[in-house]
Write a protein that binds this ligand. Structure first.
Ligand SMILES: C[S@@+](CC[C@H](N)C(=O)[O-])C[C@H]1O[C@@H](n2cnc3c(N)ncnc32)[C@H](O)[C@@H]1O
Length: 280
């Protein structure tokens, strides 16, 4: 008994907070939402704004923008500051909580709400729709992809834009990074988040199985969780077919959300498609 007390007094408390297998690993976002903006490429936000602003100027007029998986709103805030009207929707209440806090800090206003991109019902049309940061890859089933694309089409005006920013799995498959430490982040308050990925591709089904172990250390408490999410593998050809079959016409391809990032199937980190609403 005595030995046990000494042990618990000096070691970490490790808790396994579960495993989840789902399309959008919603509980994972609950775990990491607070730190999400610091976990991945920090230059992403700075690069995305000039890319989007340039695109909207070239193919505009664009003023009214709907982001269907806005996450923490990090990519939208610079647009909002430049005078774009942004409506943000996301499936995760936790990501939206961070989005609302950041919005309040910006002193601007925007319409933010919880919604699933497969069943949008905003009852109006926008100049442009954004679906960024791999969110569209989460739709793995054909029926979900169709529902989402048809919904996007109902929400974009004639000649309006749809911007999809996807993982470029062509490059990934050529240069697999299937077992790797993806994140090791220490927040200023001492919280530490580490993410280890163990991925696998099922090429016959065009599915990338994202599996990852997430470790969150707060003080002496360590939370472990394991998640698995099927992501749709898109290529330029398969995406062209899906877009054309659902009322969109692809007009530009880019290799990143960055000005001048030419798309190279074998090397680009991202597959970014810009489409316009096609007339039936
Ligand atoms: C990787 S994050 C990207 C967030 C943001 N677009 C960005 O680029 O920073 C993916 C986001 O998609 C959201 N999401 C996943 N499936 C969704 C769905 N069916 N409808 C709406 N949002 C969804 C998640 O909650 C999460 O916030």
């Amino acid at each position: 008994m005595k030995a046990r007390r000494r042990f618990s007094g000096s070691s970490s408390r490790v808790r396994f907070s579960g495993s989840e297998r789902s399309q959008a690993h919603a509980r994972w976002y609950r775990t990491v939402a607070e730190q999400y903006d610091h976990l991945y490429d920090s230059g992403r936000v700075t690069k995305a704004y000039p890319f989007l602003h340039d695109l909207f100027r070239r193919r505009g007029p664009v003023l009214d923008v709907l982001d269907v998986a806005c996450g923490t709103f990090a990519l939208d805030l610079p647009l909002l500051r430049r005078g774009y009207r942004i409506t943000g929707r996301d499936a995760s209440a936790e990501m939206l909580r961070i989005a609302r806090r950041q919005l309040m800090g910006s002193g601007r206003s925007a319409d933010l709400g919880q919604a699933d991109m497969r069943t949008l019902g905003l009852d109006r049309e926008f100049d442009a729709i954004l679906c960024l940061g791999t969110a569209f890859n989460y739709l793995a089933k054909a029926i979900d992809i169709r529902r989402a694309l048809r919904g996007f089409r109902r929400h974009v005006r004639k000649d309006g834009l749809l911007v999809l920013d996807l993982t470029n799995f062509d490059a990934w498959i050529r240069n697999p990074q299937n077992a790797r430490a993806e994140v090791d982040y220490r927040a200023p308050d001492g919280t530490r988040i580490a993410v280890f990925g163990f991925n696998e591709q099922d090429l016959t089904r065009s599915i990338h199985l994202a599996r990852f172990l997430t470790v969150v250390q707060t003080g002496r408490g360590i939370d472990l969780r394991f998640d698995e999410a099927p992501l749709r593998i898109w290529t330029k050809d398969s995406l062209t077919t899906a877009l054309q079959g659902n009322g969109f016409k692809p007009v530009e391809w880019w290799g990143d959300l960055r000005l001048g990032a030419r798309y190279d199937r074998r090397r680009s980190p991202r597959l970014v498609s810009v489409s316009t609403r096609a007339e039936h």
